[in-house]
Write a protein that binds this ligand. Sequence first.
Ligand SMILES: [Zn+2]
Length: 444
Amino acid sequence: MTSPTAIASQLVSRAYRGSILHALGKDELAYFADGALLVDAQGVITACGSWTSLKDTLQGVEVIQYQPHQLIVPGFVDTHVHLPQMAVAGCQAPSLLEWLDTHIFAEEARFADADYARAVSEWFLSELLANGTTLASVFLTSHPGASQIAFETAARLGNRVVMGQTLMDRHAPDSLLRPTAQLLAETESLCKQWHGANDGRIQYAWVPRFALTSSEELMSGLGTLRRQFPDVFLHTHLSEQLAEIAAVKAQFPWAHDYTEVYERFGLLGSRTILAHGIHLCDEELDRLKALDASLAHCPSSNFFLKSGRFRLMDVLQRQLRLGLGSDVGAGPALSLLTVMKDAQYMQADTLVPLATLFYLATLGGAEALLQGHRLGNFEPGKEADFVVLDLPVTPVSSRMPEVHPSQDSEALLSRLVYQGHQQWISETFIRGQRVYQRAAIVQD
Ligand SMILES: [Zn+2]
């Protein structure tokens, strides 16, 4: 593991000059067609503005100049994704519960093999960086060994994650179930080892898969852990499909609704991340707002499993903390660029403002993971997590002149949302340190 001191010594103060776009809030953007992002030797942003306004302050600062077709944006935040589902993303099944049985549980069982766990962890965590994702909230498997390997890999690659061992003690194949007391001891041990590790880049989460695979004893034990470790996250699924909700009603007949199952055991609060929440009623949304929980909206996954339509505008209007999630493997790919587009297309009758989609993929996600005070945009004092995008220049031929599309911010953002693609990611930085650079494409 690289020590924080070693990382700092690799850095010098730099100014990144080019087109810069970032979100200041749900409806507010800042754009500089010729801008500068100033980052100090510790990877902290000292200023962001137009080149003209900042150029006289740059004596002794190394300037990195980007091209007219390139764009600098904050790193993307994936608020819900499964590391062990990388190899089965895009495998179709008729419903959530059948998809789990047909594809997911068998794949997750393979993580008993440490070599396989190591290979997929390396692949997944590298791919996050290649997709411009600088912070992700991640489910693992129920194996403590594979979980340990995933944390070690994240520390080595420099990922920012909120991550935890996935906990199941009922209603899954025996190979993935573990005795309740053993699970609670294992997850507490992993938490003590990894929460706050790698200079704060790694945060731990308690991760009960969902109510159906959790005994009351397990949820009660997690409620106790939440009280003992108040700054640790809890990440789970809520109200994704109607058949799932019916099964929850049957399994927990005392609960008035799905939300009450988690509420009863003290699992809901400001460090709770709830994936999906598609079929929540008004009263459940109001209770989640009062409890200050965060929601992760995963439209690509919701399309894939035909889960239903998330009440995006109702959630925004209630000002719940909300981010976007790729939900790989029910989501087909890790790119938050395509998730933004799917979030737009998911709303049949409402045009979601482009600025709001961009906010949700960056600052909103950071706020949903309670890290908006130090990540998510380019306000001075925040840590420099950012992505450099190559926007396609057409036509791509040495015999024809380049055509540069409009540099107007609204046009740029619209292209980003509707045409954005993983291949546009050129470089990814976390705390001022480059963690990904696309290999050069050799052309004739
Ligand atoms: Zn999920």
